[in-house]
Design a protein. Structure first.
Length: 235
C-alpha cells in the first residue's frame, strides 16, 4: 500500500536573482509519508543576486520520510545557494535526494557562467554525521571539460538514505547500479551511517531515469513499499 504524499508547488514558475525559498518538513513519530515537487525547478540567469534555498527535514522516531525532488535546471548565469539539512532521530529512516541539470541541452545552452553552492548536512540523533558541498563559481567551462572533474556531463544527482544498520543495504544498492543507463556514471558508499548514491550523466533524461529506477527499487527493498514512483513523476 502506498504512503501519503504531499506536493510542493512553486507558483512563480521559477527562481530569479535574489529569490528565497525555505521549506521546513517535519515527519512525526511513526509517520510514513513522501514529499515531492510538482515539477522541475528553474533557476534563471541573474545579473548578480543569488537565489537562496533551504530545506530542513526532521524525522522523528520510527518515521519513514521520503523527500523526492524533480530536477533543478540552472540556466546560464544562474546563481543558486542551496542547503538541504536532515535531522533524523534514532529509529527513523529518511530517503532524500536532489537532481541538478546544467543548462538546457535541448536548446543548446550550457551552464558556462554563474554560481552554484549545493550543500548537505545530515544530523543523526542530534550529531552531525555527514556534510557535503558542491561549489561551481570560477573556471566553470574548464571544470566541465576536465576528465578528472565533470567532463561532458549535463546533470548530477545525489540520493541519501539514513537508517539504523544502514550498511546492511549497501550490497543491494550497489547491485542496482551494475547496469547503468547509457552514459551514466554511478557510485554508492556508506559513511558514518549514511548511504550515499551519486549519479552523473551526459543526458538529463537518462540521468532522471537512472535516479528514478534506483529510488523506486530501493524503497521497495527497504520498506516494502510499491516499486513505483508517484504519477506526478511521469508527467
Amino acid at each position: 500500500e502506498e504512503i501519503k504524499q504531499g506536493i510542493i508547488v512553486t507558483t512563480s514558475g521559477g527562481l530569479v536573482g535574489g529569490d528565497k525559498i525555505s521549506l521546513a518538513l517535519t515527519f512525526g513519530e511513526k509517520t510514513s509519508a513522501m514529499i515531492m515537487a510538482q515539477a522541475a525547478e528553474k533557476v534563471y540567469g541573474s545579473s548578480g543576486a543569488t537565489c537562496l534555498m533551504e530545506v530542513d527535514l526532521e524525522a522523528n522516531t520510527h518515521a519513514w520520510a521520503e523527500y523526492l525532488p524533480q530536477e533543478t535546471i540552472l540556466f546560464d548565469n544562474a546563481r543558486l545557494n542551496r542547503t538541504t539539512r536532515i535531522r533524523a532521530a534514532a529509529g527513523s529512516q529518511v530517503l532524500a535526494g536532489e537532481i541538478v541539470v546544467f543548462g538546457r541541452k535541448g536548446s543548446g545552452e550550457t551552464f558556462s557562467s554563474g554560481y552554484l553552492r549545493d550543500s548537505w548536512e545530515v544530523w543523526r540523533d542530534n550529531k552531525l554525521v555527514w556534510i557535503d558541498a558542491l561549489l561551481l563559481e570560477k573556471n566553470i567551462p574548464q571544470i566541465f571539460n576536465h576528465p578528472a572533474c565533470l567532463k561532458n556531463i549535463s546533470g548530477a544527482a545525489t540520493i541519501v538514505f539514513i537508517s539504523d544498520n544502514v550498511g546492511t543495504y549497501l550490497d543491494y544498492a550497489r547491485n542496482l547500479i551494475k547496469d547503468p543507463e547509457e552514459n551514466i556514471r554511478m557510485s554508492v558508499s556508506v559513511t558514518n551511517g549514511v548511504l550515499i548514491a551519486r549519479f552523473m550523466g551526459e543526458d538529463p533524461l537518462n540521468l532522471r531515469n537512472a535516479f528514478g529506477n534506483f529510488w523506486q527499487n530501493f524503497r521497495h527493498h527497504v520498506a516494502s513499499l510499491p516499486n513505483s514512483l508517484p504519477r506526478l513523476w511521469h508527467i
